[in-house]
Write a protein that binds this ligand. Structure first.
Ligand code: CAA
Length: 390
């Protein structure tokens, strides 16, 4: 049975910071950001966006197009959860007015949870042929002001419809997985910014890649030449490039810059201007690849490397389907990215320092530019969301 990604839609906030402005504010050469880490802009969520509104907005085009009517499983992957008990996906299920005969749950393992959700959704469909699942991976990446991680912030969500005989990418059954108990990046419950051992995290990311690949290669007998493109987890675009270089070096495969560009560049375009979307990041890369590649990817194999700090890594693969170009949201994605508002440094700092109130009071939040849904306030300890769709 062929199971995989039938649709993919992506959403990021309407506000961004250009890293040139951040470089000036931090007295750093802008090329450290533009070239050294390979990032140009980072998406910043206003106070009335959170992972629920990001996720619901990502899934909205699927709902509008009538694709969610028979979904019976919603898996919401995030490491920016908003409640210790209720799954963020239940709010999304409500905002999208999905049918009630549905299981909804939230998953966490840092940036890996989007892939855990994808694999579980595939398992669900294998067990329930003909049914559909919705995977949402939604996150806000926050590091302390002035910290090395600051320039790698970002936000966004991806919504993927998982189905039998998918229109976009069939996910192949073999995977290489690697888990190790390490502290490279984490966020205790009492903090709103992540803690990270930055250089160490890049080393663990690569170690988990080499281990996952070795297992995948053992299982399949495939080599790097069996792949036409790669999608890596993208904390910053340079990380994906470095990881692929390390993998090639380990396998004694020579790559010139042009080949490297061919294999990775199209998957990095969106992330370079949205920043890290944690659980959704690799799938933002997939949307970027499918939307922006001028070549026909039909029948081509993509290699995926998903990484979540702490850590879990997985290498797997998928094959692009013949009619995929007829089922993309490329124009909507481009339109959203072209119509964002740049923040001044002061606006960025004010939004960064704004914290969702935790004193149990009654709050109504000012309206910023958002997608179809907004986080409008808090009443009686309950988050309130508003649909802006008529
Ligand atoms: N022109 C061009 N390049 C420049 C430059 C300039 N003027 N100045 C510096 N650079 C280069 C440096 O040489 C360096 O390149 P190399 O890595 O090739 O040596 C690059 O820019 C970055 O410079 P630094 O190494 O000095 O940067 P840093 O130490 O200040 O920060 C970081 C780098 C530690 C990765 C930091 O961005 C960070 O902590 N990020 C968050 C953690 C992270 O993303 N980890 C990734 C793996 S973990 C993961 O993937 C999960 C997740 O999503 C978080």
């Amino acid at each position: 049975m062929n199971i995989g990604i039938d649709r993919i839609a992506f959403y990021t906030s309407h506000y961004y910071v250009d890293l040139k402005m951040l470089a000036e504010a931090r007295s750093v050469d802008v090329d450290k950001f533009y070239k050294g880490i390979g990032q140009e802009k980072m998406g910043i969520p206003p106070p009335d966006e959170d992972v629920v509104t990001l996720g619901a907005s990502a899934a909205w085009p699927l709902m509008r197009d009538g694709l969610l009517n028979d979904v019976e499983l919603v898996l919401f992957a995030t490491e920016s959860g908003i409640d210790q008990s209720k799954a963020a996906g239940v709010y999304v299920h409500g905002l999208l007015e999905m049918q009630p005969r549905c299981r909804v749950v939230e998953l966490k393992q840092a940036c890996y949870s989007g892939t855990a959700a994808l694999q579980m959704a595939i398992g669900f469909i294998a067990r329930n042929p003909g049914k559909k699942a919705l995977v949402i991976a939604s996150d806000v990446a926050r590091y302390e002001l002035g910290s090395p991680g600051e320039a790698t912030q970002g936000c966004g969500a991806v919504a993927m419809l998982i189905a039998e005989n998918p229109q976009l990418v069939v996910i192949e059954p073999e995977s290489g997985c690697y888990t190790q108990d390490v502290m490279d990046f984490w966020r205790p419950n009492y903090r709103s910014e992540a803690l990270v051992d930055g250089k160490y995290s890049t080393m663990v990311y690569i170690h988990a890649l080499l281990e996952s690949w070795a297992q995948y290669a053992d299982l399949t007998g495939r080599t790097l030449s069996d792949f036409d493109r790669f999608c890596y987890h993208i904390p910053f675009t340079k990380m994906a490039e470095k990881a692929h270089q390390k993998l090639c070096r380990k396998l004694k495969v020579e790559l010139d810059p042009e080949q490297m560009q061919h294999l990775l560049e199209d998957s990095l375009r969106y992330s370079r201007i949205t920043g890290n979307c944690y659980a959704g990041s690799m799938y933002v890369g997939l949307a970027s690849l499918l939307d922006t590649t001028t070549a026909d990817l039909s029948g081509k194999r993509i290699g995926f490397y998903s990484y979540g700090s702490g850590c879990v890594g997985e290498f797997f693969s998928g094959v692009v389907q013949p009619e995929y170009r007829n089922f993309l949201y490329a124009d909507e994605h481009q339109n959203m990215l072209d119509n964002r508002t740049e923040l001044t440094y002061q606006q960025y700092e004010d939004i960064f320092n704004y914290a969702v109130p935790t004193d149990g009071g009654e709050y109504v939040f000012p309206q910023y530019r958002t997608g179809p849904f907004r986080f409008s306030g808090i009443s009686q300890h309950k988050r309130e969301y508003e649909s802006l769709m008529e």
